[in-house]
Design a protein around this ligand. Structure first.
Ligand SMILES: Nc1ncnc2c1ncn2[C@@H]1O[C@H](COP(=O)(O)OS(=O)(=O)O)[C@@H](OP(=O)(O)O)[C@H]1O
Ligand SMILES: Nc1ncnc2c1ncn2[C@@H]1O[C@H](COP(=O)(O)OP(=O)(O)O)[C@@H](O)[C@H]1O
Length: 200
């Protein structure tokens, strides 16, 4: 619970100085898509390409964050809202440190993605829609979760009995059923170069 007795301290080293040191413009690549759409795979491939280019990046991945920071949260609508709220706050801290951040969460609700965007400066939030038809996700089923959801063993499964709001105007639209993992990752890195978040 926030109290009235806390005061914001400006830090001596600024976000801009940190970014200049790293020779990059911090931003948040916000991956969103169904389970099995390819968020983790593509985000990891992008992160590896950025690392190769000596960029300072970090990936917050849904499954991993749910093991620690958000280990107390389930998959009700309320829990998902709190999950995204915490992630967006953590991502903002990373941006303050001058880092290029990727978050790979289903983040099914448009209102939560808008909330995450609103926390950042103009242009920093880059919505990356990993657009993969549910039939393809279900066929891939890398964790066997669709099978369990169809069998009624998992409730509130996104795309089956829980909502996914399709992004209306994502900055980057990635179709993993039509392109290789490498091509998807390169599409995102090209966007960062074109918008001068990183140098070519
Ligand atoms: N009910 C239900 N619905 C959707 N997903 C489920 C569910 N239960 C467990 N899982 C597994 O949890 C991963 C999704 O976690 P996220 O934190 O990305 O979800 S959310 O953004 O809060 O909606 C998701 O990971 P990904 O497959 O990587 O998306 C699943 O492995
Ligand atoms: N072009 C592609 N982009 C991303 N993933 C792909 C692609 N083609 C096949 N896949 C496979 O789809 C699966 C996606 O799983 P994952 O990345 O865990 O998705 P999510 O994080 O969205 O749940 C992986 O097994 C991956 O190898």
């Amino acid at each position: 619970m926030k109290t009235d007795n806390t005061v914001w301290h400006d830090q001596q080293v600024t976000k801009q100085q940190r970014a200049e040191l790293k020779k990059q413009k911090p931003c948040l690549l916000w991956y969103t898509g169904l389970s099995g759409s390819g968020k983790s795979t593509v985000a990891n491939a992008v992160d590896a390409l950025l690392f190769e280019r000596t960029c300072h990046s970090y990936l917050l991945d849904g499954d991993n964050v749910r093991h620690g920071l958000n280990g107390d949260l389930g998959f009700s609508d309320e829990a998902r809202v709190e999950n995204i709220r915490r992630i967006s706050e953590v991502a903002k801290l990373f941006l303050d440190a001058g880092v290029i951040v990727s978050t790979a969460f289903i983040s099914p609700f448009a209102s939560d993605r808008a909330m995450a965007k609103a926390k950042l400066e103009q242009g920093e939030f880059i919505e990356v829609f990993i657009d993969t038809p549910i039939e393809v996700c279900e066929q891939r089923d890398p964790k066997g979760l669709y099978k369990k959801a169809r069998a009624g063993e998992i409730k509130d499964f996104t795309g089956i009995d829980s909502t996914y709001d399709v992004p209306e105007s994502p900055q980057i639209h990635v179709k993993t059923a039509e392109q290789s993992i490498e091509a998807c990752a390169q599409q995102i890195v090209n966007y960062l170069i074109e918008r001068q978040f990183i140098s070519s």
